[in-house]
Design a protein around this ligand. Structure first.
Ligand code: UD1
Ligand code: PEP
Length: 436
């Protein structure tokens, strides 16, 4: 079993570089399926397990995919198959993002039903509502969703009940090759949506309004491969910003884009953290005492749910009472129990948690319950008394490249080890199944 071991007490200092964004690269690679002519070259791709998974999905569907030196090259010019099996969707929910491109290219897509996960039930009804509005028939059965259309998808007006990131992406991709114009109202405004729209436009698409609440997509008959650079990962950047702040350090987060991080910067400044815009990124200087604040997660430009657990680590170290309300996912508090094991004074009340600090964090053996929770527990370990051992690193590897190595490079006392388990192998498999 692999573990990360952190010994708390070191201030972080230096420069850390941010990778390309996981949540931008996954839809961009999926969108490469739309290009039936020439190959696409996607640059600044992070070496994450999720990227390997989406590449596997594309290969299964019949595309040629090469991943080397942070570049993914996709040739989807051959005929594609239409089915994404459960083994991929189970590993990574973002596999459902091949549905829009497949439906647009082939008139048919069959994708395993994603099911729930550690942070919530995560239905995809808004994706399907969009496809139906564009003329597709949807059938659900035997653990699969099947969407089919006679001829080309037709442009439509679609209002999303919630500004879902995935639904906005899937509908944009389907509409890119549809006949006529599609308008998505109340769509997601995340920077990753803008990156996807820029990529599809580079393929020859006609998308306007990405980054606002209304996106207009004029369908085109054919898209052609192109070159694209992925935007920097604002969540990885935010995680290192918290690392600097929690240790009272001074770190330049190279590649952090201030406009992508306004809500996080505002909240950290309210807590007393100094944040300076520099040419290469954001410099973060932690104060001697952090102030308590309240946070509510919201769709962009609101406070990102993907930074909720890392901010929980920071707020546990702040003086006074803080509250975090999670409005995006109904069950994204699995890490609370783990923080309690580290002496966090924290309780759950409905969709909020209330923390009293500074908690005086103590090292303990804790498990990453999802990828951001894994990072958050390591952040708490940076200031905890003694050793913190974090397990279930498969979650962390979905979203962070060499997280421990990067923290070590700015002064953290941290290592990643493989350790024999005290539990027998068959018991370990059972535990791992329970946590999947
Ligand atoms: C790969 C990727 O980009 N993942 C991000 C994406 O996930 P994802 O695209 O899955 O997130 P959504 O924005 O779709 O989901 C937000 C909320 O809407 C609900 N919902 C969504 C779709 C739907 O058809 N019906 C429905 O009810 C979900 O259950 C959830 O409660 O955005 C989330 C919200 O910023 C981030 O936390 C994830 O990191
Ligand atoms: C929840 C996340 O990702 P995913 O949607 O891929 O599970 C995340 O990046 O924090």
């Amino acid at each position: 079993m692999e573990k990360i071991i952190v010994r708390g007490g070191r201030k972080l200092n230096g420069t850390v570089k941010v990778e390309g964004a996981k949540n931008a690269v996954l839809p961009v690679i999926a969108a490469s399926l739309l290009a039936s002519e020439r190959r696409s070259i996607i640059c600044d791709v992070p070496t994450l397990s999720d990227v390997y998974t989406i590449n596997e999905v594309l290969r299964y569907l019949g595309a040629d995919v090469h991943f080397e030196n942070n570049q993914v090259i996709v040739d989807a010019s051959r005929e594609l198959t239409t089915e994404a099996p459960f083994e991929y969707v189970r590993k990574m929910r973002a596999s459902v993002l091949v549905m829009g491109p497949l439906l647009a290219r082939n008139g048919r897509a069959r994708v395993a039903l994603p099911g729930g996960c550690a942070i919530g039930s995560r239905p995809i009804d808004q994706h399907l509502k969009g496809f139906e509005a564009m003329g597709a028939t949807i059938k659900v059965g035997n653990g699969f969703i099947e969407a089919e259309v006679n001829g080309r998808l037709q442009g439509a007006k679609i209002y999303l009940d919630f500004p879902s990131v995935g639904a906005t992406e899937n509908i944009i991709m389907a509409a890119a090759l549809a006949e006529g114009t599609t308008v998505i109202e109340n769509c997601a405004k995340e920077p990753e949506i803008v990156d996807l729209a820029n990529y599809i436009n580079a393929l020859g698409g006609k998308i306007r309004g990405a980054g606002t609440g209304t996106i207009r997509i004029e369908g085109v008959p054919v898209l052609t491969g192109s070159r694209h650079n992925i935007i920097p990962d604002r969540i990885e950047a935010g995680t290192f910003m918290v690392a600097a702040a929690i240790t009272g350090g001074n770190v330049l987060v190279q590649g952090a884009v201030p406009e992508h991080l306004t809500s996080l910067v505002a909240k950290m400044e309210e807590m007393g953290v100094e944040i300076i815009e520099e040419a290469e990124g954001l410099r973060v200087i932690g104060p001697s005492e952090l102030k308590a604040v309240d946070i509510k997660t919201m769709p962009h430009p609101g406070f990102p749910t993907d930074m909720q657990s890392q901010m929980m680590a920071l707020l546990l170290c702040a003086k006074g009472t803080s509250m975090i309300t999670e409005t995006v996912f109904e069950n994204r508090f699995m890490h609370v129990e783990e923080f309690r094991r580290m002496n966090g004074d924290i309780k759950i009340e409905g969709r909020s948690v209330i923390m009293n600090g500074p908690a005086g964090m103590q090292g303990a053996e804790v498990a990453a319950t999802d990828l951001r929770a894994g990072a958050a527990l390591i952040l708490a370990g940076l200031v905890a008394d003694g050793h913190t051992r974090v397990t279930e690193l498969k979650h962390l590897d979905r979203g962070y490249v060499n997280f421990h190595g990067k923290l070590a490079s700015i002064g953290a006392d941290i290592e990643r080890i493989r350790e024999e388990s005290a539990i027998k192998p068959n018991q370990e498999a059972a535990v791992s199944d329970l946590n999947a």
